[in-house]
Design a protein around this ligand. Structure first.
Ligand SMILES: C[S@@+](CC[C@H](N)C(=O)[O-])C[C@H]1O[C@@H](n2cnc3c(N)ncnc32)[C@H](O)[C@@H]1O
Length: 300
């Protein structure tokens, strides 16, 4: 486990002390962090398979990859914060970036090492760090871009820790560089409970208080963002929000078998793919996508 003293975090962005951070880790986040580690370590392959396993997760991969293509430089050093087993990192390395992968879970990084070898990627382009997005073990302005995809942020159930994580991403990106950060969307989660006919989870958000908390109790406790909230949080760290995207776009919670049929149809798929990419940042649909992606730029 890589640890780091918090010494060079600009105070303009962070109003919290090291004492505060220690208390967060010890009291509020530690149980969740342990839960996360245990959950992901138990089945690392599932996380590697995730982005290819259903038409919906393949849509998440398609739209997210499209945004990486659009907002990341063709080369340069990228931090993948909450990388999992490296699917995006391998794609970025293929297009000429060097990537530092950071994740809490050693087993995921180890699986990524195997996938890297299978993909025949030059290992020099990729390095890995076992660590926590709340305290990045990296220098100020070290990266040309930072990505945090598949909603690692939603694993932080404490509001200050979420702010802290984004502020850390803002700290380590160079001026002019982009931060692409994702979170779970609250409204989409409610739709998911009905889509999967999950009575228990719908009942858990049965009061206005439960819904306002944003906390969801599933395979691991997570936080789902209200519409506009993630963009506000990113803006609050001093970054300039330049785009918002729904990673599943208008595919969110369409019947899986219909999506699969369109995907497999050589005449229909290119049309549907273009529509997905053209509409993924449409304000009326970003909130119903499971994963929200906020693209922000560091201006100074
Ligand atoms: C759903 S996975 C997404 C993985 C990958 N980025 C993707 O999009 O496929 C969430 C990842 O975030 C990692 N994670 C969760 N909380 C974290 C934290 N506080 N610090 C670092 N990684 C974290 C998990 O271990 C897991 O690999």
């Amino acid at each position: 486990m890589v640890t780091r003293q918090i010494t060079n975090v600009p105070t303009r962005q962070i109003a919290y002390s090291v004492d505060w951070y220690g208390k967060i880790c010890a009291q509020k986040s530690s149980m969740t962090i342990d839960q996360i580690r245990q959950t992901y370590a138990g089945d690392p392959t599932r996380e590697w398979d995730r982005l290819q396993s259903t038409p919906l997760t393949r849509t998440e991969y398609l739209i997210t990859s499209h945004c990486l293509e659009r907002y990341l430089p063709p080369a340069g050093l990228v931090l993948d914060a909450g990388s999992g087993p490296r699917r995006y990192a391998i794609d970025l390395a293929r297009r000429g970036c060097s990537v530092v992968m950071l994740d809490l879970v050693r087993e995921l990084l180890q699986l990524g090492q195997l996938k890297l070898a299978e993909a025949g990627i030059d290992g020099h382009a990729l390095s890995q760090v076992e660590g926590n997005i709340v305290a990045l073990p990296c220098g100020d302005r070290a990266f040309d871009a930072v990505i945090s995809l598949g909603a690692p942020l939603s694993h932080l159930t404490d509001a200050q820790a979420r702010f802290r994580a984004i502020a850390e991403m803002a700290r380590v990106v160079k001026p002019g560089g982009c931060v692409l950060v994702t979170g779970l969307a609250r409204v989409a989660c409610y739709r998911a409970f009905v889509y999967w006919l999950n009575r228990e989870r719908l009942e858990q958000v049965g009061t206005p208080q439960a819904r306002a908390s944003g906390i969801l109790h599933g395979w691991v406790t997570s936080y789902a963002f209200a519409p506009g909230e993630l963009a506000e949080l990113v803006h609050g760290t001093g970054l300039q929000v330049v785009d918002q995207i729904g990673c599943e776009g208008i595919a969110a919670y369409l019947p899986m078998d219909h999506l699969a049929q369109v995907e497999a149809d050589p005449a229909l798929w290119p049309i549907w793919r273009d529509i997905l990419l053209e509409t993924c940042n449409e304000p009326t649909i970003i909130g119903i996508s499971n994963h929200l992606l906020v693209v922000a730029r560091k201006t100074e």
